[in-house]
Design a protein around this ligand. Structure first.
Ligand code: 5AD
Ligand code: SF4
Length: 348
């Protein structure tokens, strides 16, 4: 397959995803990187990732912190969250992401509201104050509204798969795990005024090439300003792993992860695309390879190490350590220090 023959309709995407032609893949990634530079620019934007709690009410079949997995649970104190945010500010990251398992108890919701206000009040020594992205699952619309008013301006809620049938195969069959409810939550976030991001896992059991193409087309249809998607990595104790369902090799999942980024950059040139942590778990400098394939955001983990190792979503996740600032980004890739790095697409 030749890059000049690539079309971005469903057929073309399916063909590009299916091919295992390394020369084509390399051309595709280079083309996407050129498009990234021409549209959203050379800079990479950083968000300090704060994993606030691994307590979760849900039971997604692939996840290592699902409710029914016996693991040690934690919740960061207010002070721990604020220290992590301050550390991100000192490193001039410009933004933080507060991510956690899904919780809808009133105490947690109030805590997040309180923390949003406190993080907004941190003196970064720069203008603007820290930007805040939330990734705390499905919540009632009023809660999204409350958090928006308290200072969050971006929200990441992955659809996990654009195919409702595949969604049902990798989640328990109950009202807490509804594709329709999840889609509605994404629409709620958009309506409230968030820069709402979504995404899906790449290389999960039962997923077809068509599903992956449809994931990309869904992002386009939803017209989201940001996407965070990444390879599936099995967790040894998850029901999906224990079921013996098969999935692509680690090498293939990594290649597919980069390819999906590249295709999305060509399909939606001016959005923010994150190079997910799960790329790093599969390959050294996996996130930098994501950047060189068209992504423009990296989320270095600033969670205190003692708790970070308990946020064990999948195999090798907790081996990704971001203590150093450099993240092995090549010297010729500039970083957007101190900036929010909002989606150009959203501004337009
Ligand atoms: N492999 C890759 N990603 C996973 N996630 C959860 N479990 C896994 C896994 N086994 C992702 C989901 C979720 C995000 C918090 O982590 O996509 O949205
Ligand atoms: Fe909870 Fe998210 Fe894991 Fe699902 S993927 S069980 S919502 S932490």
């Amino acid at each position: 397959m030749e890059i000049k023959d690539l079309t971005l309709d469903r057929e073309g995407l399916i063909e590009a995803i299916a091919t295992e032609d390394a020369a084509f893949d390399e051309q595709l990634r280079a083309a996407a990187y050129r498009t990234k530079i021409a549209t959203v620019g050379e800079k990479v934007y950083l968000r300090g990732l704060i994993e606030i709690s691994n307590i979760c009410v849900k039971n997604c079949l692939y996840c290592g912190i699902r409710h029914d997995i016996p693991c040690q649970r934690y919740e960061l104190s207010d002070d721990e969250v604020l220290s992590a945010a301050q550390a991100a500010a000192r490193r001039h990251f410009g933004s933080v992401v507060i991510q956690g398992g899904e919780r809808t108890d009133a105490a947690f919701i109030r805590k997040v509201t309180r923390l949003l206000k406190a993080i907004k009040a941190i003196d970064t020594g720069e203008d603007p104050p820290l930007g805040i992205t939330l990734s705390l699952g499905e919540q009632p619309r009023e809660v999204y509204q409350e958090w928006f008013e308290a200072g969050a301006h971006r929200y990441l809620l992955r659809i996990e798969s654009s195919n409702p049938n595949l969604y049902r195969r990798i989640h328990p069959d109950d009202p807490l795990h509804s594709y329709e409810r999840r889609m509605q939550a994404i629409l709620d976030l958009k309506e409230i005024g968030y820069q709402a991001g979504t995404g899906a896992m790449i290389g999960v059991p039962f997923q077809t090439t068509q599903d992956l193409a449809d994931d990309l087309l869904l992002y386009k249809k939803l017209d989201v300003p940001m996407v965070g998607m990444g390879p599936y990595n099995p967790h040894p104790d998850s029901p999906l792993t224990l079921s013996g369902a098969t999935y692509p090799t680690a090498e293939r999942r990594f290649t597919l992860g980069l390819k999906m980024i590249a295709l999305l950059r060509l399909l939606m040139p001016d959005i923010n695309i994150a190079a997910a942590t799960s790329l790093e778990a599969l390959s050294d400098s996996g996130r930098v390879k994501g950047i060189l394939s068209g992504a423009n955001v990296i989320m270095p983990n600033v969670t205190p190490e003692e708790q970070m190792i308990k946020y064990n979503l999948y195999d090798r996740k907790t081996l990704v350590r971001d203590g150093s600032l450099k993240l092995s980004l090549p010297d010729d890739i500039p970083v957007g220090y101190g900036a929010w790095g909002d989606s150009l697409h959203f501004k337009r």
